[in-house]
Design a protein around this ligand. Structure first.
Ligand code: PGA
Length: 249
């Protein structure tokens, strides 16, 4: 199964539902191939309820972009807990996106967010990634393994966790890792997860960072990759659909 996950970030108003309608229609028509892939779109909190209701039993699943690190209710102005997300019927949540790590979410808080989401039976898209400096210093794998180790517990059911490798220097920049570089990182991380987490589990790792209808040609050659987390190009139905089309071309 391949995953095409759109991360809308701070984009979208109620009328943007037409983007999802078009994507949904495409997936519906793409019968032969769509058994092999899953589309998840992650709009801002403001659209979660509307989109989740509208796309119930359709070809697209909806994900939240984040959640608070404490569960249930509390005196936390402006935040939304995993419990509140789950109660909307949302099944997925992105945790650890580098934009939020940069805004102050540390490994400890992310660990709590994961735990609170696990308790609510949400599927987690857990983001990891190194910055330009760490890459230059050849610290990439250390950084990624540390981010995994610090927030993900061995006890978790990894059927409900997707890991998204998103090099920070690639997000929104058009800069891409080489095929070789990316392939090695994915293989290395999967080995690390098997050795340290669960020997039997088939861990799934996505790539994110400047994925579009052109760059997908390069990434589709990497067999161990389980899908993509797509930012900019997920805000246009045409661009998003072209990524899927070109992946299978
Ligand atoms: P991008 O963003 O596709 O615009 O590079 C990816 C992300 O931040 O998840």
């Amino acid at each position: 199964m391949k995953y095409f996950i759109g991360n809308w970030k701070m984009f979208g108003i109620p009328g943007s539902i037409k983007i999802l309608d078009r994507i949904n229609n495409y997936v519906k028509k793409d019968k032969a191939r769509s058994k092999n892939y899953k589309v998840i779109i992650s709009p801002p909190y403001t659209l979660l309820e509307n989109f989740t209701k509208s796309f119930k039993n359709k070809k697209i699943s909806i994900s939240a972009q984040n959640c608070f690190h404490k569960n249930n209710y509390g005196s936390h102005t402006g935040f939304v807990s995993p419990y509140m997300i789950k109660k909307l019927g949302v099944k997925h949540v992105i945790i650890g996106h580098s934009e939020n790590r940069e805004a102050g979410e540390n490994n400890h808080i992310l660990k709590e967010k994961v735990l609170a989401s696990v308790k609510n039976n949400l599927n987690i898209i857990f983001c990891i990634g190194e910055n330009k400096y760490e890459k230059r210093k050849k610290l990439t794998l250390n950084v990624l393994k540390n981010q995994i180790r610090k927030s993900l517990d061995k006890k978790y059911d990894f059927k409900k966790i997707l890991i998204a490798y998103e090099p920070i220097w690639s997000i929104g920049s058009g800069k891409l890792p080489s095929e070789n570089e990316l392939s090695n990182i994915i293989i290395n991380l999967k080995n690390f997860l098997k050795m340290n987490y669960n020997k039997k589990h088939n861990f799934r790792i996505l790539y994110g960072g400047s994925v579009d209808s052109k760059s997908i040609h390069k990434f589709k050659k990497i067999k161990h990759l389980d899908g993509f987390l797509i930012g900019g190009a997920s805000k246009s139905s045409k661009k998003f659909i072209d990524i899927i089309k070109n992946f299978y071309k």
